[in-house]
Design a protein around this ligand. Structure first.
Ligand code: UD1
Ligand code: CA
Length: 455
């Protein structure tokens, strides 16, 4: 098999989602559901992928383009059914084989796509449909057979009472000889209860023209769960979550409560790291070995090295080197680069700053747009005053500096190596190395003041 083409149907509105967001952009864990389908198709070796967009097509197309490479689009202006949708890809399907997937079945696995293509070629089929046994087949198209042979697919809304009892359903996944599909699409009618051009009818058309229709019966139904409403979306989240967590656990990650741990499919975690409940790890996050993450921690697209502890904190596009501890209740915002053996304590916010090795920012502190050296000690309540109302300015803090409690550092300002600032200072001028800066009023005691006041 040299070229494998895939068409993904994603033009529908998804009325049953009762949402302003197009159905295929609803998220399963941290990704829009259609992204999983594209990914699995590409990982199964699809060389050409065409997504059919329609309802809110711009938004769907833009979202996909920013997240996936090598995807083509076809526009279905009006949603006149799944057959009509495939037809909008025009010549794309001609020649070779084409797999059809739905943008609303995010649990499909690449292994299944590969096995389907192999089965189809070995049996020299014209079309192969993937079927599965559904515990509750309601809503799915039923596979109607004549003995063992395929006869047709009947939609729920068109099914007779007897047909509704069939539990072998159409998963919505097929592989066609592209030319046979192209030809059959030209012969579709919309003479059915929904007035739609059903892709499913092409199989009957092909069968009647003595094409070979095969059925590839999947072992598991889960994988083909179509997401049509928010209940099914929650089900898909559960299945995806379990799948990802199980693999991580088999790879040596300790997840103390997998049901309450939400890890995206692109997240990488090293062995012997422990993830406590209530964690959401998302995007391109990478976590090293022997870390302790959580409870209640959200990490997006961040790099965390080995032996790091992060408790009840939020990280967004931050980097942390080994042996550092973060939290509880810290917030590391984009472009925070934290060194080794650093302590970021409670109620500390770091933004767009470099904090070098051995530094301690233990409590109630904001460090923004700053370059902080090694082994600096921040007293409680330090604020880098980085915004003057017009522009952001940087603070530079040298190695071994001691910032007294409740210091304001008015940027741009530099505190050179080993300097001290006295508690309660508002520092507006650079502080030379090894010196002490005091920038506060001297205390005055008015003796007997209280007694005089009450007279
Ligand atoms: C479809 C199948 C059904 C199968 C089920 C599996 C048909 C007629 N029925 O039903 O046999 O059991 O999938 O999940 O094919 N779409 C478009 N354009 C359209 C209509 C739909 O792009 O005009 C897209 C949707 O965005 C969705 C996919 O096609 O991603 C499936 O459409 P949906 O309306 O959900 O079909 P089902 O009723 O679930
Ligand atoms: Ca569906």
């Amino acid at each position: 098999m040299d070229t494998l083409k895939v068409v993904i149907l994603a033009a529908g509105q998804g009325t049953r989602m009762k949402s302003n967001v197009p159905k295929v952009l609803h998220r399963v864990l941290d990704k829009p559901m259609v992204e999983y389908v594209i990914e699995q198709a590409q990982q199964a070796g699809a060389t050409k992928v065409c997504v059919v967009v329609g309802h809110m097509s711009k938004m769907v197309e833009e979202t996909i383009k920013t997240r996936c490479d090598n995807v083509e689009f076809a526009l279905q202006k009006e949603q006149l059914g799944t057959g009509h949708a495939v037809k909008q890809t025009g010549e794309f399907i001609k020649g070779g084989n084409v797999i059809i997937l739905c943008g609303d079945t995010p649990l499909i696995r690449k292994e299944t796509i590969t096995a389907l293509a192999k089965f189809h070629e070995e049996n020299k089929n014209t079309v192969t449909v993937v079927s599965a046994e559904a515990k509750d087949p309601t809503g799915y198209g039923r596979i109607v057979k004549n003995g063992d042979a395929f006869s047709k697919i009947v939609e729920q809304k068109d099914a007779s009472e007897d047909e509704k009892k069939i539990t072998e359903v159409n998963t919505g996944v097929y592989i066609f000889s592209g030319d046979a599909l192209y030809d059959a699409l030209g012969k579709l009618s919309n003479n059915n209860s929904q007035g739609e051009y059903y892709l499913t009818d092409t199989l009957e058309i092909i069968a009647k023209q003595s094409g070979k229709v095969g059925i590839f019966k999947a072992e598991e139904f889960d994988e083909f769960m179509g997401i049509n409403n928010k209940l099914q979306l929650a089900d898909a989240n559960r299945v995806m979550k379990r799948r990802i967590n199980e693999q991580l656990m088999l790879d040596g990650v300790t997840i103390t409560d997998p049901e309450n741990t939400y890890i995206g499919s692109d997240v990488k975690i090293g062995a012997d790291t422990i993830i406590y409940p209530g964690c959401m790890l998302e995007g391109k996050t990478e976590i090293g070995v022997s870390c302790i993450i959580g409870p209640n921690t959200k990490i997006n697209s961040s790099k965390v090295a080995d032996c790091v502890t992060i408790n009840s904190s939020v990280l967004d596009r931050a980097e942390i080197k080994s042996y550092t501890t973060v939290g509880p209740f810290a917030y590391l915002r984009p472009d925070s680069k934290i060194g080794e053996h650093v302590r970021i304590g409670d109620f500390v916010e770091i933004k767009n700053s470099v904090i070098d090795d051995g530094t301690k920012v233990s409590h109630l502190t904001y460090v923004g747009d700053s370059d902080v050296g090694k082994c600096v000690n921040f007293g409680c309540g330090t604020v880098t005053v980085n915004y003057d109302g017009k522009v952001k300015n940087r603070c530079k803090i040298g190695d071994g500096v001691f910032i007294g409690c409740n210091t304001n550092l008015i940027a741009p300002v530099e505190i050179a190596d080993r300097a001290y600032t006295a508690a309660g200072s508002t520092i507006t001028m650079n502080v030379p190395e090894d010196s002490l800066a005091i920038a506060r009023n001297r205390q005055e005691n008015k003796e007997g003041w209280r007694k005089n006041k009450d007279k």
